[in-house]
Design a binder for this molecule. Structure first.
Ligand SMILES: CC(C)(COP(=O)(O)OP(=O)(O)OC[C@H]1O[C@@H](n2cnc3c(N)ncnc32)[C@H](O)[C@@H]1OP(=O)(O)O)[C@@H](O)C(=O)NCCC(=O)NCCS
Length: 171
């Protein structure tokens, strides 16, 4: 079994590794479809250029084990003056063989640290669908509070899921 001490965190994935980024992103949607609202179809005409632009423009933090990406997570920053004190933690996914050893927690702590380095940011938040109990627990453990719930936000395989809003004040 993999150990957390052997997991490497990668803050700036080389653009040449775009195929690995593509593979773990598509794996996340395929494996945990009820966790994300994007569908596989959305990416079917994506070219190398699209993937590299996404890798370049979205702040992504990866987890790697023995040279292979096993976790992905993202942060969305806002430029608008009125909301730039917030950051959205998004895109969290860990490969099923590496769950339960602390990788999701590590990627989330790492993203909070990145936000702490930006003096403007006082709140981090995330949106988690009611199907993702593990993720809700993970964020609560790291000090996030449930501050709201949008009932019936996501329609997944004919079933409506709620969207929980979780927030943590970081300064
Ligand atoms: C949610 C997810 C990222 C957790 O990643 P992980 O690496 O397995 O989580 P960790 O090992 O870091 O666990 C951290 C905490 O999360 C909670 N947690 C994780 N797995 C859990 C489980 N199966 N049941 C209950 N709580 C769980 C626990 O509080 C845990 O702390 P503990 O180990 O001290 O008990 C992973 O399950 C995943 O990729 N799920 C599918 C996609 C998803 O839901 N993404 C989030 C979208 S917002």
């Amino acid at each position: 079994m993999a150990e957390i001490k052997n997991i490497k965190i990668i803050e700036n994935l080389d653009l040449e590794r775009w195929e690995e980024f593509r593979d773990i992103k598509l794996e996340s949607i395929r494996e945990d479809n009820s966790a994300f609202y994007t569908q596989l179809d959305f990416y079917k005409n994506y070219t190398q250029d699209h993937w590299q632009k996404e890798l370049f423009n979205h702040k992504l933090v990866f987890a790697e084990n023995e040279g292979k990406l096993i976790g992905i997570s993202g942060i969305t920053f806002y430029k608008n003056e009125k909301i730039k004190h917030n950051a959205l933690l998004d895109t969290l996914f860990i490969n099923k063989n590496f769950r339960g050893i602390g990788v999701g927690k590590k990627l989330t702590e790492e993203r909070i640290n990145i936000c702490l380095k930006k003096e403007d940011i006082i709140n981090v938040f995330c949106e988690i669908f009611s199907s993702q109990k593990e993720s809700i627990e993970l964020h609560k453990k790291l000090g996030f509070e449930v501050v709201g719930k949008m009932p019936n936000f996501l329609k997944h395989e004919g079933e409506f899921l709620d969207n929980y809003n979780l927030q943590k004040k970081i300064r």
